[in-house]
Every structure is written in structure tokens, then in C-alpha cells.
Ligand binder design. Structure first.
Ligand SMILES: Nc1ncnc2c1ncn2[C@@H]1O[C@H](COP(=O)(O)OP(=O)(O)O)[C@@H](O)[C@H]1O
Ligand SMILES: [Mg+2]
Length: 235
């Protein structure tokens, strides 16, 4: 689905170059759910932006088997259009000139995300969790093969976060989607992903496979959690 080879990204700043990524290679098999873990500033967002084609690498290459239009991006904040209703925010891509048949089913998405009753509501009337559901709906409406998610639940409270993790897992389990999910929460990564990639200071330090069926419980993942923590900290 996606292959990243020897990716390096250097930002030229006033006080000198900043190396955000250093020779990163990564493979995302079609249908996989990969979590990208690492401390703040280790290059997670930069890697996502390069894969999405929002930025170009200083060195290396990104190979993606899906056209870039079929790549969805979910940010930490919902970034909704305040003057559009929930339904119109979700079907926003209809105005982009895309063929109707390449787009999803609005009613189905509203139902899946528990938003049917809020179709006519406006962003200022929504809780943070609802707004993030709308953002996910807007992405799903474009029927992405690849979904890049940058700490999408990072701003939500624990209960809302759990609910959205469950929604995302169900959507992924329906099949046909590859997910690259950035988080700094090890438990979230272990709960959702089948592969965990650890970034430290712009480099891929470790990769782990999580071979546990869903639903997972955190007790059985305890030793893997310890190994990942050790890998992130690098001590
Ligand atoms: N647009 C930019 N210009 C300059 N430096 C940047 C830019 N984006 C990120 N960086 C730097 O690159 C490094 C990695 O940042 P980022 O990818 O945002 O990390 P993360 O998402 O893991 O917190 C940091 O040192 C950050 O300051
Ligand atoms: Mg980031």
C-alpha cells in the first residue's frame, strides 16, 4: 500500500538546519493498522505530511499505491467549517468536483458514527467528541484506501476517546482500509494497531507486532507495553 524508503527531511531554519527525519524506511501493507509512536518532536507529523504529499522529502521516496486523492487525513482538531451543518461538513467533498460515485453514503456514515440526529446541527453545538466524529465522517465520505491520523483523539476525555477508538476499530475491521495512526499513548497503540513503529529523534528505532485478537485487554499486553516504553525512552 505504502512504502517509504530512506526518507530524510531537513528544515532550513534561521539558526541552522533541523533534521526532522533521518533515513526512515517503512512499509504499510494493504489493510494493516499501523501505530506510529514516539515522544513529541520525534518527527511523527512530518512523516505523515510527507506520506500525504503535503511536503516533499529532502532525500528518499514515498511510494503509494493509492492515488493521493484517496488518502484521508484526520487531525487532532476537527477543523470543521463553522457555517456548515454536520451533514454538509461531512459531504463537503461533493463541492470539490469529484464524481458522485467516488464518494460515500452520507446517511450510512451518519448512522455509523451515531450522528443521524445531529445532521442539522452546527459545529458550535457539538462536543469535542462529536466534532471529531464529524471529522472522521468527512474523511470516510471520500472512501479513502489509506487513512492518516495525527493524534486524532488526543484532545478528548478518556470516555469519549474509548468510544471513538471502538468506532475506528469497527470501521477498520470492515476491511478495505489501511490506517497509519500517530499517537504518543502506548495503550492506545496497543489497543488498536497490529504493527507498532517507534520513532526517536527522527529515526525508526523499533517495530513490534501485536498479535492479539480484538477486543484486547491491557493486562495481556503488559510485557509488550514495557518493551515499547523502553524503546521510546531509549534508556
Ligand atoms: N514546518 C517546520 N519548520 C521547521 N521545523 C519543523 C517544521 N515542522 C516540524 N519541525 C521540526 O521537526 C521536528 C519534528 O517535528 P514533528 O514532525 O512535528 O514532531 P511530532 O509530530 O513527533 O511532535 C521538530 O524538531 C520540529 O520542531
Ligand atoms: Mg505531531
Amino acid at each position: 500500500m505504502v512504502r517509504v524508503e530512506n526518507l530524510t527531511k531537513i528544515y532550513e531554519m534561521e539558526n541552522g538546519p533541523v533534521t526532522a527525519l533521518r533515513g526512515v524506511s517503512l512499509h504499510l501493507p494493504a489493510g494493516s493498522f499501523v501505530a506510529l509512536l514516539g515522544k513529541s518532536g520525534c518527527g511523527k507529523t512530518t512523516l505523515l505530511r510527507l506520506i500525504a504529499g503535503l511536503e516533499s522529502p529532502s532525500e528518499g521516496e514515498v511510494f503509494c499505491s493509492a492515488p493521493r486523492a484517496n488518502v484521508g487525513y484526520v487531525f487532532q482538531e476537527a477543523r470543521l467549517m463553522p457555517w456548515l451543518s454536520v451533514a454538509d461538513n461531512i459531504r463537503f467533498a461533493e463541492w470539490s468536483g469529484r464524481e458522485r460515485e467516488t464518494l460515500g453514503d452520507l446517511e450510512g456514515i451518519l448512522r455509523t458514527l451515531g450522528l443521524s440526529e445531529f445532521a442539522g446541527a452546527f459545529p458550535h453545538e457539538l462536543s469535542g467528541g462529536m466534532a471529531q466524529r464529524v471529522a472522521l465522517g468527512r474523511t470516510l465520505f471520500c472512501k479513502p484506501h489509506l487513512i492518516l491520523m495525527d493524534e486524532p483523539f488526543g484532545a478528548l476525555d478518556w470516555f469519549t476517546r474509548k468510544a471513538l477508538q471502538g468506532d475506528l476499530l469497527r470501521l477498520w475491521q470492515e476491511g478495505g482500509k489501511t490506517v497509519l495512526f500517530v499517537t504518543h499513548d502506548i495503550d492506545e497503540a496497543l489497543l488498536l494497531a497490529d504493527h507498532v513503529v517507534v520513532l526517536r529523534e527522527g529515526e525508526v528505532i523499533d517495530r513490534f507486532q501485536v498479535e492479539r485478537p480484538h477486543p484486547r485487554n491491557s493486562a495481556e499486553l503488559y510485557s509488550l507495553r514495557e518493551r515499547i516504553l523502553f524503546s521510546i525512552e531509549g534508556v
